[in-house]
Write a protein that binds this ligand. Structure first.
Ligand code: NAD
Ligand code: ZN
Ligand code: ZN
Length: 337
């Protein structure tokens, strides 16, 4: 089978022919149809973060495909079912985080395309209990971006407490942001979209953003404060300055939800303002299997639109360059059918 492999953090990925992987008793083998390119895959391939994956590895945690083989112990997934392989490859299922609805915080978790091989391949192995069924009627090319960009922003918008009458700032209208904006609207919030390219600002308008701010030419914090400030700011831009701008855009009692993970990501916040303003800063990491099931249901109901372009896995390296250049409409998805 064909797979894109990271062999070295400083070298391009290689597209290789690998043996078909054999599922262990708890695993399924998925014939991948669609595999989304998350900015996280670029961080993974470059070793950007303090905890690094170990090359060689296959990136990809927005994998969608059909189950082709199941291990002896797999009970809830069947051959022929379409499933998603998200970032949370598996967790222990027993710790306090796992049993209280916070499996994404499990200390013993594995991560697809990071600590275990992911979905930049024609076939991938996954834990039978941690794949998420994709409802009939959802195009696999849409399901792929929903499996990370969708679930992550759905969760982040929930954490931000979006509700009718609240104002939500979405910083970065890329793969994640174009979906964050839609979830904030679904939750009934007034929305402010921020980006640094004309195409993304146009996309935000098209998706119904109430206000659009161009961080190249406008002072984001000042513009949003003029509107009354943001109750929640969802930080999705891979830029430290954007975190400071989003923090500055909060109204009293507001919450900054950190999601983007730049290399050397840091945010300095003034203690006095944070205390006096009752501001919160919280991190948000992907979402649970249940969150993803909800994301799929909303999409099946026609409530969300996935903006994506299809690509060949062979072009993975130029695809990374496109994402870094900011020229992608929102998400790139490898079509492996
Ligand atoms: P992306 O490249 O598709 O989108 C980033 C967007 O930010 C682009 O539209 C870009 O034009 C815009 N941008 C750049 N500079 C900006 C600025 N100063 N102000 C406003 N917008 C700006 O990336 P993505 O796939 O959406 O991922 C975004 C980040 O989220 C990455 O760091 C990724 O690793 C991280 N991520 C985190 C989680 C999580 O669970 N916390 C999950 C998935 C991805
Ligand atoms: Zn991702
Ligand atoms: Zn656990």
């Amino acid at each position: 089978m064909k797979a894109a492999v990271v062999r070295d953090f400083t070298a391009p990925l290689t597209v290789e022919d690998r043996p078909l992987p054999e599922p262990a008793p708890h695993q399924v083998r998925v014939r991948i149809e669609a595999s989304g390119l998350c900015h996280t895959d670029i961080h993974a391939a470059r070793g950007d973060w303090p905890v690094r994956p170990s090359p060689p590895f296959v990136p990809g945690h927005e994998g969608v495909g059909v189950v082709e083989q199941v291990g002896d112990q797999v009970r809830h997934v069947h051959v022929g079912e379409r499933v998603a392989i998200p970032w949370l490859a598996d967790a222990c299922g027993r710790c306090d985080h796992c049993v209280t609805g916070w499996e994404t915080l499990c200390l013993q978790q594995h991560n697809s395309g990071y600590s275990v091989d992911g979905a930049y391949a024609q076939y991938a192995l996954a834990h039978g209990d941690y794949v998420v069924p994709v409802p009939d009627g959802i195009d696999p090319m849409d399901a792929a971006p929903l499996s990370c960009a969708g679930v992550t922003t759905y969760k982040a918008v929930k954490i931000g407490g979006a509700r009718p009458g609240s104002r939500v700032l979405v910083s970065g209208i890329g793969g994640l942001g174009h979906l964050a904006l839609q979830y904030a609207r679904i939750f009934g919030a007034e929305t402010v979209a921020v980006d640094v390219t004309d195409a993304k600002l146009d996309l935000a308008r098209e998706l119904g953003a109430d206000h659009v701010v161009d961080a190249r030419t406008q002072d984001v914090a000042a513009e949003v404060q003029r509107l009354g400030g943001a109750d929640a700011a969802i930080s999705l831009a891979v830029s430290n300055e954007s975190f400071t701008a989003a923090y500055g855009a909060l109204r009293r009692g507001g919450v900054l939800v950190l999601v983007a993970l730049p290399a050397e990501g840091t945010l300095e916040i003034p203690v006095f303002d944070t205390v006096l303003n009752g501001t919160s800063v919280v991190g948000s990491i992907v979402g649970t299997r249940q969150d993803l099931a909800e994301v799929f249901r909303l999409h099946a109901l026609g409530r969300t639109r996935v903006i994506r372009e299809s690509r060949r896995l062979e072009d993975v390296n130029t695809c990374f360059e496109e994402v870094l250049a900011g020229t992608v409409s929102a998400r790139l998805v490898f079509d492996l059918r």
